[in-house]
Design a protein around this ligand. Structure first.
Ligand code: TNX
Length: 563
């Protein structure tokens, strides 16, 4: 096997070869022998332990211990992990056609066992003690079955996602497939490099129905991304109902780029997205962009506009022309009401207040405005997140800046970090997923350059910004702005295959970073996306398997709504 375990880090879990394996008893050995008799001449599992994306922290393949999932397998789970086991069963039933009942267990029995335990083998409870931490897991595949162990439901969930990737690509089929459901033998011990790994969907330039957003959540979860940032407001549309300012939804929600009908999430819609994401261990980060990018709000409430002049609705793609009136106290009542309602709807710790491209607001006025806005957000109990234009404003506890520059050198942001800010890295020329892949990409921008998969992958969030230490980096996020992206198929076309590249930067230890290996592993995911009906760009820098798995390229006429 050419896969090599990643070097254990100094604080990492014990080396795998010293970890105690579970000792099967005699009855189990006999059962396994009978079950495996038919597999003796079978070829090895088609997927290798080292094929997982994002790359795991440590792995130790054991080619003698492949496991084939039998039709009568039962998923056994400790009670607190029940929902993860139910989800695993939901992912595996359609393609296998197996019933896969889920049963409680507190014992180490069964063929597919999910154990939630602080005493995970080889894993202490806290990252500080070198354990699996909040999101880590251990996966053991032996001839007798598969066991996933974690200290949290999130860890168990990530482990279950890894198991799904270790099954043949046909596991993504929505209908039963005749296949030997083989899993490669060995052990993985895994946990993330950064706690914040996300993507942003701009639902303001074009509105996307709830079902589309849920599907994007699934895409994030597939690659262990744990944050969905929703850009809810912009010049072209306001997308979250606010009870105290109802015209935001009624009037502000009725427009979008190109003059389409737009739309707006009711509070129940938003709650549904949040709950769906939470079940998949994804936290929603709502953004209310202020003081600029507010034309839709001003159309709804001209009293918030400078000079009280009602602006016309805007359906173009320029930026930087609008702003709420920083000189009127009513504006701060508006901000307090909106962030108050959004915070109350949002269980996650973050609230993003935008702050980008307020070109018409003088620097001093801008700074005073955002300092008040930061305080209003902090008063809701949420942690302030904002684009890095917020850097000159005073620090509030825990504040996070999202850096979207393109040259890796930003003294103002580095200074804000010295004053206590943490950073989310979204370099425009690396992870802006609205950038074209190549000059002939039918949709997207190119102001930050062309971003093929190699470019999205080949940088290091830990060292990217001059003067910012890795410890100040909370993580990475790939934003998808949607001025030119209007359908779910177009969203997927821009996300795949770059989203998995960003996910790997956020999750995997730097020691695993290797473009040649990544592009080979990524190639194996093309057939999975095809089986799942996911539209993707067949990037020429990835050695996709030959037809019949070559995907269809999206165009403006696409009818490929893949639900
Ligand atoms: C810049 S990045 C913006 C967005 C645009 C995007 C297009 C940022 C915080 N603001 O308003 O949609 O460029 O790539």
């Amino acid at each position: 096997m050419p896969t090599t375990p990643a070097a254990p880090t100094e604080s990492g879990p014990e080396p795998l070869d010293r970890l105690p394996g579970r000792q099967p008893d005699a009855a189990e050995l006999a059962g396994t022998a009978a079950r495996r008799a038919g597999d003796l001449l079978a070829p090895p599992a088609p997927v290798r332990l080292g094929d997982v994306v994002p790359a795991p922290e440590q792995m130790l393949p054991d080619p003698t211990a492949d496991f084939t999932l039998p039709p009568d397998a039962v998923i056994r789970v400790s009670p607190a992990g029940r929902d993860v086991a139910e989800q695993l069963a939901e992912w595996l039933r359609p393609a296998t056609g197996f019933p896969l009942p889920v049963a409680d267990t507190t014992e180490a029995d069964g063929l597919l066992v999910l154990t939630l335990s602080d005493a995970a083998p080889g894993a202490g409870a806290s990252p500080a003690s070198g354990g699996l931490g909040d999101e880590g897991y251990r996966l053991d595949v032996t001839g007798t079955g598969v066991r996933i162990t974690a200290a949290t439901a999130a860890g168990l969930f990530h482990g279950a996602k890894t198991l799904r990737q270790l099954l043949p690509a046909a596991i993504d089929s929505a209908t039963p497939v005749a296949e030997r459901w083989a899993v490669p033998g060995g052990t993985i011990v895994d946990r993330p490099r950064f706690p914040y790994r996300g993507a942003m969907l701009d639902v303001a330039r074009h509105f996307f129905p709830v079902e589309d957003v849920l599907r994007v959540v699934d895409h994030l979860a597939r690659y262990k991304l744990n944050h969905l940032h929703l850009h809810l407001t912009d010049d072209q549309g306001w997308r979250i109902a606010v009870d105290s300012w109802p015209r935001l939804a009624e009037i502000g929600g009725a427009t979008e780029v190109g003059g389409g009908p737009g739309g707006c999430y009711t509070q129940a819609d938003y709650r549904r997205i949040v709950a769906y994401a939470a079940r998949r261990h994804v936290t929603v980060v709502p953004e209310i962009d202020l003081p600029g990018h507010t034309n839709a709000a001003l159309v709804a409430y001209p009293e918030l506009a400078p000079g009280k002049v009602p602006p016309p609705p805007y359906t173009g793609t320029e930026v930087g022309f609008s702003y709420v009136d920083p000189a009127d106290e009513r504006t701060y009542a508006f901000v307090a009401d909106v962030v108050g309602e959004v915070a109350a709807l949002t269980p996650g710790p973050w609230l993003h207040l935008g702050g980008d491209e307020a070109f018409k607001v003088p620097a001093d006025t801008y700074r005073a405005f955002v300092e008040r806005a930061q305080t209003l957000v902090a008063a809701t109990g949420k942690t302030v997140v904002g684009w890095h234009q917020l850097a000159p404003a005073g620090h509030v506890d825990g504040r996070v800046l999202q850096w979207w520059g393109t040259n890796g050198d930003d003294p103002e942001t580095a200074e804000a970090v010295r004053r206590g800010a943490r950073l989310i890295l979204s370099p425009g020329n690396r992870v802006y997923l609205d950038m074209k892949y190549a000059t002939d990409t039918p949709i997207g921008h190119d102001w930050a350059g062309l971003i093929d998969v190699h470019r999205a992958y080949d940088w290091d969030p830990g060292t990217h910004l001059t003067g910012v230490p890795a410890e100040a980096v909370l993580g990475v996020e790939a934003p998808l702005w949607t001025e030119s992206v209007a359908t779910l198929a177009e969203v997927e076309f821009m996300l795949f295959p770059r989203l998995p590249a960003v996910a790997e930067l956020g999750w995997s230890p730097r020691s695993t970073h290797d473009w040649a290996g990544f592009r080979r592993r990524l190639a194996g995911h093309g057939p999975r996306w095809t089986a799942a009906g996911i539209t993707f760009h067949p990037s020429p820098d990835v050695p996709w398997p030959a037809a019949p798995t070559v995907p269809t390229q999206t165009t403006r006429d696409t009818t490929a709504d893949t639900h």
